[in-house]
Write a protein that binds this ligand. Structure first.
Ligand code: HEM
Length: 199
């Protein structure tokens, strides 16, 4: 089994596919083209239906909230190649966040995730075609964020391969909740400085 704790910043992953992440319409046609610099987003889009819930092969991977502060995913990737691609994607994205980058800066939910990234720890384990992910939040606001992100990943990315939906309204809902009282002012300042909405 391979286990990675994904919160170490590395400069190696600093250059992520910014064009693709900033513009939902700018995706290469072939999901396995080698221009993704580690994000594997097109690969995952192409093979999204190969991933199923480990306990229920008929369903897309379903996240669970466990222990009050964690998201848990148990995924059957169908092959070790798909498992490694998913683990690489998450590692790449995690490192981008810890290098203070903002993947998908047109989508306020991901700008909020960039702001809250120090309150989120991600662990990914691979074992053949199995991928297990634990995301732990150290604040109520970060827990709401990772739950919302996980729903989008399950219901859109895995279910349909669609990465074009803008989740900015969901970010507004999270930010207006009492769970984010102590983060709200600084988060709004960060969003104001970094959100690049598609007009
Ligand atoms: C434009 C498209 C995408 C972007 C910008 C994106 C971005 C991200 C980011 C920022 C994370 C969080 C990393 C962390 O907190 O450590 C993440 C995690 C993840 N991504 Fe993606 N991703 C995209 C597409 C996809 C696709 C197509 C799939 C699968 C078909 C996928 C599956 C996952 C999974 C399973 C996780 C871990 C669970 C989670 O964070 O909720 N992603 N992604």
């Amino acid at each position: 089994m391979r286990s990675i704790l994904l919160f170490i910043a590395t400069s190696l992953l600093a250059a992520c596919g910014a064009d693709e992440q900033n513009n939902p319409n700018q995706n290469a046609a072939n999901g396995s083209e080698p221009n993704e610099q580690g994000s594997y987003i097109n690969y995952l889009k192409t093979y999204h239906d190969q991933y199923s819930d480990f306990a229920d092969a008929s369903s897309q991977p379903l996240p669970q909230t466990i222990n009050g502060d964690q998201i848990y995913w148990d995924i059957d990737a169908g092959s070790s190649e798909h498992a490694e691609a998913l683990a690489t994607h998450i590692g790449f994205m995690s490192n981008a966040l810890y290098n203070d980058q903002i993947p998908r800066s047109w989508d306020k939910l991901f700008v909020l995730e960039a702001f809250l990234h120090e309150d989120i720890e991600t662990v990914v384990e691979t074992d053949g075609s199995r991928v297990t992910i634990y995301k732990t939040a150290t604040s109520p606001c970060a827990l709401l964020l990772i739950q919302t992100h996980a729903s989008a990943v399950s219901e859109e990315f895995f279910a349909t391969g669609d990465v074009s939906t803008d989740h900015s309204a969901a970010a507004d809902t999270i930010l207006s909740s009492a769970a984010c009282d102590s983060e709200r002012a600084a988060a709004l300042t960060f969003i104001d400085a970094n959100w690049q909405p598609v007009l």
